[in-house]
Ligand binder design. Structure first.
Ligand code: GLN
Length: 227
């Protein structure tokens, strides 16, 4: 499986490290052996369960990816670069055709269909309305603990975070709420988080995402074989 991490700006290195770490932790489940070192040489034989990470900077980087991570950073900068590099439309199409995506903070803003006090959205694939910098500019960083879907007591790190003010489809599943504000959502193949799971040592969210991507790859392979 090949996971693309948007690498135009923001916390993409942290996501890459988190994916690698989570992959090692899951190696037994994925590949039936316990070793957590020299994974690559052992997994050469199985392309599906082998993890490859591609930094997305230009159109051709998108070609082979099975899933995408949209990191935190500054959504206005990221959105502008996506547009200038001709990446906005192709990414939107891939997401709409079912590619799994994990978006954190600015990434969540990029996905949102509506952004409060802004005329335009960016990718607009996620039927939610978000509020940017919702906790104030300087006092906007804090850590708390909450459940994220089935994951109990996850450390949530917020940095000038947005929150979800409104779900615009009944199919949006709320994963996490902090102080009466929605901060984690899922819609079909898209997971959007207002906080930064890549900034903590708890890797359960990245592990769950890897499982989802693998499941999606397997389904696509078996559909291809069946047709
Ligand atoms: N405040 C940023 C924005 O609006 C998001 C902050 C973050 O990604 N940590 O894009």
């Amino acid at each position: 499986m090949i996971i693309g991490v948007l690498a135009l700006q923001g916390a993409f290195i942290e996501h890459i490290n988190s994916l690698r770490e989570s992959y090692k932790a899951l190696s037994f489940e994925f590949n039936g052996h316990k070793e957590t070192t020299n994974l690559d040489s052992k997994l050469e034989t199985n392309n599906l369960t082998k993890l490859q990470i591609v930094e997305i900077r230009q159109l051709k980087d998108l070609e082979k990816i099975d899933a995408l991570v949209l990191p935190g950073g500054e959504s206005t900068v990221q959105g502008k670069l996506l547009k200038e590099l001709g990446l906005l439309k192709p990414i939107k199409e891939r997401i709409e055709s079912g590619m799994p995506v994990l978006a954190t903070c600015a990434g969540l803003i990029l996905l949102a269909k509506e952004i409060e006090n802004e005329k335009d959205c960016h990718l607009g694939t996620f039927p939610i309305k978000v509020v940017r910098n919702a906790y104030g500019r300087q006092l906007g960083s804090f850590v708390t603990t909450a459940n994220v879907g089935a994951i109990k007591d996850f450390p949530l790190c917020f940095i000038r975070a947005p929150y979800v003010k409104e779900c615009l489809s009944k199919d949006v599943e709320v994963l996490s709420v902090v102080d009466d504000k929605i901060v984690g959502v899922k819609y079909k193949n898209q997971i959007g988080l207002a906080f930064h799971p890549e900034m903590t040592t708890d890797k359960r969210i990245h592990e769950e995402f890897l499982k989802l991507v693998l499941e999606n790859c397997k389904n696509r392979t078996s559909n291809k074989l069946a047709s």
